[in-house]
Design a binder for this molecule. Sequence first.
Ligand code: DGL
Length: 260
Amino acid sequence: MIGIFDSGVGGLTVTRWVRQVIPEASIIYVADQGYAPYGNRPQWQLQQRCDHIADWLIGQGAHLIVIACNTATAHCIDNLRDRLNVPIVGVEPGIKPAALGSQKGSIGILATENTLASERYRTLAAKFNPETLIINQPCPGLADAVEQGPDHPDIHRLLHTYVPGLAAAGIDRLVLGCTHYPLVADQIQALAGDQITLIDTGKAIAAEVKRRYQARPEPSVVRLITTAEDDRLKGLVQSWPELSLAFAGASFETAEDSLL
Ligand code: DGL
């Protein structure tokens, strides 16, 4: 079984690819909506949540963990790998494919404040700097707005604040450095213009998950679990068309107390 988690629905943009490449896998997904957003939480609390969720997933039988969240990967993956005996796949902003594909040598990164402030991100960026000019755009509030559903007015307002300035800075690649952002990729593309290519690493992460996955005789079921008090994950997944289609057969649950 593959255990996957994120602060909310964002990680499902990675999970849908995982389902496509390993349809036979059993998946248990935790949306930590009771503690979302992760983008501005203190490090100690991120670590506490990641430890707790990963331990719980392993207790449920997960033999592979996917941290489908850039923020949690940036701050917690090293500790989890030191402590746990199962393979752990994380996600990080796709600076590498963006830098390698850029003709202008100038790329933009959309991510949470926590991701951009992390040591791990700075080390990654330093590998491509200064040959590639990397322009960071923190997006406070955006993942949270996506968590409110496609029609929430903050999505439009925040994208208009974050994207046009970056696009005007002469970049030709724009990295979606938070797993929530692929859900608003069309709006980002419209604001960025068609000269700019968006970079989403979801498919590449799924390929890595497939490499690490060892088949077990288990039913191919998908359980989606929220740590929010009510079961608001179901309504949210159904409100994003690309998710409702991809997770039509999934079961929705509210987390048991031991996961809170
Ligand atoms: N989806 C997450 C990420 O990739 C976290 C967003 C948040 O909770 O702030 O960074």
